[in-house]
Design a protein around this ligand. Structure first.
Ligand code: GAL
Length: 668
């Protein structure tokens, strides 16, 4: 982002939905709320290009000029996530096809095939026209390409592109047949032309084919992004380019791989949990975003690891078929949780609630009730709060624990032919993260291959796929003295999903000093007691000790007496194996102990339960964020200056019920 030193604050502004007099009220209210960045034109294609090649930029000229004179910057979007009806009618072959062969039609958004040449040409056309006209507009601080890449397709264009991708990946069919184990069920391919996308079929599909299709499609969407990015960059290299990531296990995008292609990682986050789980989800989303940003910076060889919360909900979260709300104060706490974890600002969907359209009941900073409303007042206070804490933008989040995960593992675990239907890598990653979050221990989210320098403990939850390079990455960490904690179902398969033979967890067996002979998945409501307290859920295994010592054993069920959790010393490091999903408290205790033995303590050891503490540091300057998610005030031992009040804090600060405190700590 072109920087003016402030944390970013704003949201999607959709002038195409409103008459010009509303724009003027909008901008006056934005100034009142302290808004300094808005996403513009995200779904405005039909207003910008009402007929092929005929552009109507006058209204956007006026809107951007209005922002500029009011000191508000724009994240100017390319509107390619919603082609106009004329496009679909002119190019029916660019409409997407589902796995069971149904061709979809316009009438919503995102209804196009990203592999269709006519769609790609039209997208380049509108992006190029916007670049020509606005790349040097003084209001434009950032390009926002498309919106939440996340569609999929099985049309003939996709199929042809999939084959080309497979030829690039495998070069010869023997290699593909070996990778997909097509000897099983008579699936041997003797010609590339026989290979299709994984369409609807009779019974279980080939897992290697499914996995490669997900990888291919992520690359296809990435190519659709990068060709727009290159046009925008060429028009003015000084304006950074990004696209907003959408999160969820349905998303066919490997965000980590994309991270080196964006100038700043941008994420949208809408927690699905309605209770306290929303805070954990918020923390996880923000840690993921920071991890992607670090990954991108690491791959680019730069040190700039910034990221931005591009969308969140001020109040009602509207997802298909479901709506839930954020009570007063929660918008601010969630926003600060993102900033505490490195976001360069706080953005919302959207600025003003729409008067109609599919998402007319999604919340906005200016709700249907208008500015005389609780939400707008909270939005104004949030703008003021962000202005007071600008200096934190210099700080980096400190963490000595890393969680290692990989999008492809999640995709591989979605295949139905697995020993349990309740395997979900994202849920396992979230459970490990939650346990650390509850313990108050900061962590970074990494993908295999990222630098592990400075991390004392690496946690691998259900890292099902492990290429040889991943096994080396973990081994090098342990040999350098880094501690390791691996959970069930990790290291079982190679990068194609072929099982590593000789006992689980194949790739990590030696490091952990165990050999797992059998899986014993549990039924939905089953739990197995563990010695030392707590229960195992979801999954259990027969673990043979091969150097490791038992830490806890199963205390009931068919595995009564067998090791459940083990520990092994490798040089200076301890390696832990956890063969079940421990319940929340047990997981928290276990990770606290693994972290403690690695020399890692909580960010703010005396923070009471329900008060989240995150520290950002820049050299000898540091800032402590305290977010009180409970309904009563808490006094937390801390010192420095309270940036919200300007008051000195000598030994403790009172964080109001549901409120926040941000302290500049004494140097050193
Ligand atoms: C986001 C999307 C927005 C809006 C929002 C509502 O995923 O980018 O355009 O649909 O969800 O929740």
């Amino acid at each position: 982002m072109r920087d003016d030193g402030r944390l970013r604050y704003g949201g999607d502004w959709n002038p195409e939905q409103w008459p010009a007099e509303v724009w003027r009220e909008d901008v006056a209210l934005m100034r009142r709320a302290g808004v300094n960045l808005v996403s513009v034109g995200v779904f405005a294609w039909s207003r910008l290009e009402p007929a092929p090649g005929r552009y109507t930029f006058d209204w956007l000229d006026e809107a951007l000029d209005l922002l500029h004179v009011n000191g508000i910057r724009a994240a100017l979007a390319t509107p390619t996530a919603s082609p106009p009806p004329w496009f679909s009618l002119a190019h029916p072959g660019a409409l997407p096809v589902t796995a069971d062969g149904v061709r979809l039609h316009h009438g919503s958004r995102d209804t196009y095939c990203a592999a269709a040449p006519t769609y790609r040409a039209a997208a380049r056309g509108i992006a190029g026209a916007l670049a020509d006209r606005y790349a040097h507009h003084p209001a434009v601080a950032l390009w926002h390409v498309h919106n939440e890449y996340g569609t999929t397709c099985h049309c003939p264009h996709t199929e042809a592109a999939f084959r080309r991708w497979l030829v690039d990946r495998y070069a010869d069919l023997d290699a593909l047949n070996a990778a997909w184990v097509t000897s099983f069920w008579s699936q041997h391919y003797s010609d590339w032309a026989q290979i299709t996308t994984p369409r609807a079929t009779q019974y279980l599909a080939n897992p290697g084919q499914l996995l490669d299709f997900r990888r291919f499609w992520s690359d296809t969407l990435l190519a659709a992004y990068t060709e727009q990015r290159d046009l925008l960059r060429a028009a003015n290299p000084a304006v950074p380019v990004t696209t907003n990531y959408v999160l969820g296990d349905w998303v066919p995008v490997d965000h980590a791989r994309w991270a080196s292609e964006v100038d700043v990682v941008a994420v949208d986050h809408y927690p699905s949990a309605v209770d306290g789980g929303a805070e954990e989800q918020t923390a996880l989303a923000a840690d993921l975003a920071r991890g992607w940003a670090r990954h991108g910076a690491y791959r680019r060889g730069t040190v700039d690891a910034g990221w931005l919360l591009m969308e969140s909900a001020p109040h009602q979260i509207h997802t298909a078929g479901r709506m839930h709300t954020k009570e007063p104060g929660r918008m601010t706490r969630h926003s600060l949780s993102h900033v505490a974890r490195g976001s360069r600002g706080v953005m919302f969907f959207q600025w003003r609630a729409s008067a109609g359209g599919a998402e007319r009941f999604h919340s906005a900073l200016v709700p249907h009730a208008g500015p005389d409303s609780r939400v707008f007042r909270e939005a104004t206070r949030l703008g003021d709060l962000l202005a007071r804490i600008t200096e934190v933008d210099a700080g980096r989040v400190e963490a000595s624990v890393a969680i290692g995960w990989d999008a492809a593992c999640g995709w591989a675990l979605q295949h139905p032919g697995l020993p349990s239907q309740r395997l979900d890598q994202q849920a396992e990653v979230a459970a490990a993260h939650r346990a650390l979050w509850r313990a108050g221990i900061a962590c970074d989210m990494l993908v295999p291959g990222d630098s592990l320098d400075g991390y004392r403990l690496l946690v691998l939850p259900a890292l099902y796929l492990a290429a040889d390079a991943t096994a080396d990455w973990v081994r090098d960490h342990v040999q350098a003295g880094g501690h390791l904690l691996v959970t069930w179902l990790s290291g079982v398969a190679d990068e194609h999903g072929r099982i590593r033979l000789g006992g689980y967890p194949g790739a990590f067996r030696d490091l952990l000093g165990v050999r797992v002979e059998e899986f014993h998945p549990l039924a939905e409501n089953d739990r197995v007691p563990l010695t030392g307290g707590g229960h195992g859920l979801t999954w259990t295994e027969t673990v043979h000790l091969a150097g490791a010592e038992p830490v806890a054993a199963y205390a009931g069920g068919v595995l009564n007496g067998w090791p459940a959790v083990t520990r092994h010393r490798v040089g200076d490091a301890l390696t832990w194996y956890v063969s079940t999903r421990p319940d929340g408290d047990t997981y928290q205790r276990l990770l606290t102990e693994a972290a403690r033995s690695a020399g890692v303590t909580p960010v703010c050891p005396d923070a009471p339960p329900g008060v989240e503490a995150v520290r950002r540091r820049d050299g000898d300057r540091s800032w402590l964020f305290l977010l009180n998610h409970t309904d009563r005030p808490h006094r937390v031992p801390a010192a420095g200056t309270d940036l919200l009040t300007g008051e000195p804090v000598d030994d403790a600060v009172t964080v109001p019920a549901g409120g926040v405190a941000v302290l500049r700590e004494p140097p050193g």
